[in-house]
Write a protein that binds this ligand. Structure first.
Ligand code: C2E
Ligand code: CA
Ligand code: CA
Length: 256
């Protein structure tokens, strides 16, 4: 059984190496709306158009891309593509419209640290760094090797916005969140989806929102699927929501 898995892994890996060359990746965009339901931003989510397998979801290839560091060139592609579409999005939704990209801790830890060049790229292309939101996960803040954190500080100093993804699933301390000047907390969708279930989830969401606001951080709830969840989050003062209730991630042509 393990052998089968390793053969599958090798073939997926070979295919992934060619995917960049053959232009098989694609970004889909999912809207974020504010408390008045106005679109304010979107999140870019990668898809892989595999010639035989069809559309492959990121959960099926991102972990392998991270293990093999292929996520570094893939992440560079995501950043470049996002910069290319930003102008189009801002023409359609206004110049304050933001674009979020997911950045893997592997990209931050990379010895060459390609992403340190991103701010330069933006200024060369006349893009406001505050239009780009970098979504990181809690693990990055707890990595005490220093390198990743100094890259994160470099981003912050360059004016990028930073969002802490999947919040509530890890062990981030408040001290880290303040020290690294996080702009947004994204409440993990598992908490949002239990909002109308056991009361604990509602207490948790509300505490996150109150705490974040005290620290001057805005809160995004992801995975909002029902009007009940939307209402509960609005009552708690959640700043932004994202989820199938508003839209699934869709190709650019449908988004604009
Ligand atoms: P994530 O960053 O937490 O992204 C949110 C995921 O939840 C997306 O799955 C999105 O399609 C899904 N989602 C959004 N709204 C709802 C909803 O209302 N209900 C439910 N059940 N799901 C919802 P997706 O696109 O399959 O991406 C999965 C994960 O793959 C992402 O989780 C992210 O960690 C990773 N990923 C996606 N694109 C990239 C990328 O460009 N770079 C890196 N490093 N990771 C990426
Ligand atoms: Ca994300
Ligand atoms: Ca998330």
């Amino acid at each position: 059984h393990l052998e089968v898995l390793s053969v599958q892994r090798t073939s997926l890996l070979n295919d992934m190496r060619n995917a960049l060359l053959n232009d098989q990746f694609e970004l889909h965009y999912q809207v974020l709306v504010d408390a008045n339901q106005n679109p304010v931003a979107c999140e870019a989510l990668i898809r892989w158009n595999h010639p035989e397998r069809g559309l492959v979801a990121p959960d099926e290839f991102i972990p392998l891309a991270e293990q093999t560091k292929l996520i570094i060139p893939i992440g560079e592609w995501v950043f470049n593509k996002s910069c290319q579409v930003l102008k189009t999005l801002q023409q359609r939704y206004g110049e304050d419209f933001r674009l979020s990209i997911n950045v893997s801790p592997v990209q931050f830890a990379d010895a060459e640290c390609k992403l340190l060049k991103w701010p330069e790229y933006l200024s060369g292309n006349d893009i406001q760094p505050s239009s780009i939101v970098v979504e990181i996960t809690e693990g990055l803040l707890m990595d005490n090797k220093g390198k990743s954190l100094s890259a994160l500080l470099h981003f912050r100093d360059a004016g990028f916005q930073v969002s802490l993804d999947d919040f509530g699933t890890g062990y981030s301390s408040l001290a880290y969140i303040q020290e690294y000047d996080i702009d947004y907390l994204k409440i993990d969708r598992h908490f949002v989806q239990q909002l109308n279930g056991p009361a604990d989830s509602a207490i948790l969401c509300e505490s996150i929102i109150v705490m974040a606001h005290k620290l001057g951080i805005e809160v995004i709830a992801e995975g909002v699927e029902t009007l009940e969840q939307q209402q509960a989050l609005a009552d708690m003062g959640c700043d932004y929501v994202q989820g199938y209730l508003y839209s699934r991630p869709i190709p650019l042509a449908k988004f604009i």
